[in-house]
Design a protein around this ligand. Structure first.
Ligand code: IDP
Ligand code: MG
Length: 140
């Protein structure tokens, strides 16, 4: 097992309902450490750039509008196999398919307003972490 970092975003549906602490407890209870965290209001251009990989998907414009509809909390999680572990804690994209005990099963409102983002590979985690955080913010 190797210690990894992954990027997590607590999405606007969750900041609006004031449940960022409940979500952070899920990460911490599963053994992930929150080593960096900040609350931001994303601009349209930042959200478009972050989700550029999805720009040809039919839900892209709605997703960008949702991600700028309120503040988000961007965070770096660290732990053994953090990328995969975080995806397990999050649950499936569509909360109807998510397993019991996962963040999306308990908190997501819909397939779009699904409370959290998590990097889906080690390589993407590196890119996404440097998108939001400077090196100096990651010294633990
Ligand atoms: P993931 O967040 O589980 O990795 P992705 O396929 O990367 O899922 O999609 C990125 C985000 O786009 C999802 O978390 C969700 O907010 C939104 N999304 C994905 N599929 C749909 C859809 O079919 N309709 C509306 N929004 C979607
Ligand atoms: Mg994804």
């Amino acid at each position: 097992m190797s210690v990894e970092k992954t990027l997590s975003i607590i999405k606007p549906d969750a900041t609006k309902r004031n449940i960022t602490g409940l979500i952070n407890a899920k990460f911490e209870n599963a053994g992930l450490k929150i080593i960096a965290q900040k609350r931001l209001q994303l601009t349209r251009s930042i959200a478009e750039k972050f989700y550029e990989i999805h720009k040809d998907r039919p839900f892209y414009n709605d997703l960008v509008n949702f991600m700028i509809s309120g503040p988000v909390v961007v965070q770096v999680l660290e732990g053994n196999n953090a990328v995969k572990l975080n995806r397990n804690i999050m649950g499936a994209t569509n909360p109807e398919d998510a397993e019991e005990g996962t963040i999306r099963k308990e908190f997501a409102e819909s397939i779009e307003a699904n409370s959290v983002h998590g990097s889906d590979s080690f390589e993407n985690a590196k890119t996404e972490i440097s998108f939001f955080f400077a090196k100096i913010e990651l010294i633990v």
